[in-house]
Design a protein around this ligand. Structure first.
Ligand SMILES: [Zn+2]
Length: 183
């Protein structure tokens, strides 16, 4: 799994093309079982991959076509999809509190089938704040109700979740998520 970094002064369009090219270069001729997934970002500055339609464009670009000649084919499933970080997406304007609409938006932009993993983090900062600040589950602005829905969705679709909250009370976070899962 990787984050994609920032476009800086390259410009968004060119940065996306460059990202596709680099990922192809990394994956060309790859035949292993491990798959690559991309993580969405919180969206500060000229960051790439805060917008899920951008990630979709990159993934589709890697799966199809060739950016430059001389590339060996990239196995179409070498890039499996995305790790969706709940905090980063919230910070980028994906409002988990309005669960059904948010899911619809994600589906339109990238397709729900491309979610291969969740990073489960509540958010210290507002929706669309563009700031990467994780909070313990239920103690941030995403809140417990939203996480109930996220866990139910992950369970139904057999998507694993990884916590990235502070270590001090991560056991408590796990307990909360398991309580939602086992309902
Ligand atoms: Zn993350």
């Amino acid at each position: 799994m990787t984050h994609l970094g920032t476009a800086k002064d390259l410009g968004q369009k060119e940065a996306i093309e460059k990202t596709i090219e680099m990922l192809k270069k990394t994956l060309e001729g790859y035949s292993g079982k491990t798959k690559l997934i991309l993580e969405n970002s919180a969206g500060a500055g000229e960051i790439i991959g805060d917008d899920l339609s951008e990630l979709a464009e990159i993934i589709n670009g890697v799966r199809t076509g060739f950016v430059r000649t001389g590339f060996k084919p990239v196995p179409s499933d070498a890039i499996a999809g995305i790790c969706l970080d709940t905090q980063h997406s919230f910070a980028s304007g994906y409002d988990w509190r309005d669960f059904e609409n948010n899911l619809k938006k994600i589906d339109q932009e990238i397709g729900l089938e491309n979610i291969k993993l969740f990073h489960a983090n509540d958010s210290l900062t507002q929706c669309n704040s563009k700031k990467d600040r994780h909070a313990h589950i239920g103690e941030g602005l995403i809140g417990q109700e939203a996480f109930k829905n996220i866990v139910a969705f992950a369970k139904k679709n057999e998507i694993d979740m990884i916590l990235e909250t502070q270590h001090d009370r991560v056991a408590e976070d796990i307990k909360i998520l398991k309580k939602f899962r086992d309902k």
